[in-house]
Ligand binder design. Structure first.
Ligand SMILES: [Cu+2]
Length: 175
């Protein structure tokens, strides 16, 4: 749960209280999508390649409760994200990512990590460090280990502004 970060961003953009409440709920890493897993407990490794603007593969079958190690590589020319969550979580995160682009933290194929660490004026920052996602520059590769729950509507998606809308999301089929 990383409600504190969302709270900061919500305050910065002066979101109405109702919007904030919905976003905070959607941003939780609870039963809805699963929880961070341990690589030692992963039943298998799935390689995911990111392009401009789609994933390969676009659909992944998992067993309920399965722990999967994803090795994610950005083979595109733009910054892309691999984020496991419900459609509601992705919607909330897209608002955060829009902020990051507006502040110049993400520009085309570059992530300005120094700006992510920048104090927003209240001791908080725009760090992108949730365990359900990685944000990668072209050529970068990182792992996400995730334990899926028994049910739920879960997708992997890129929440860089415009990418989800361009179709950069994939289905997770709980068998
Ligand atoms: Cu993307």
């Amino acid at each position: 749960m990383n409600a504190s970060k969302f709270l900061v961003i919500a305050a910065v953009v002066s979101m109405p209280a109702a919007t904030f409440a919905a976003g905070a709920d959607g941003h939780g890493h609870g039963m809805a999508s699963g929880e961070p897993g341990k690589a030692s407990q992963a039943s298998r490794t799935i390689n995911v390649e990111m392009y401009d603007n789609y994933y390969e593969p676009e659909m992944i079958d998992v067993e309920p409760g399965e722990t999967v190690r994803f090795v994610v590589e950005n083979k595109g020319n733009l910054v892309h994200e691999f984020n496991i969550g419900t459609p509601g979580m992705h919607d909330a995160h897209q608002k955060e990512m829009k902020m990051m682009v507006e502040h110049g933290v993400i520009q085309g194929g570059q992530i300005h990590h120094d700006m992510m660490n920048m104090d927003m004026g209240n001791g908080h920052s725009m760090k992108h460090d949730d365990p359900n996602s990685v944000l990668l520059e072209p050529g970068e590769s990182q792992e996400v280990v995730w334990t899926f729950s028994d049910k739920g509507n879960v997708e992997f998606a890129c929440n860089v502004p415009g990418h989800y809308q361009a179709g950069m999301y994939g289905e997770i089929n709980l068998k």
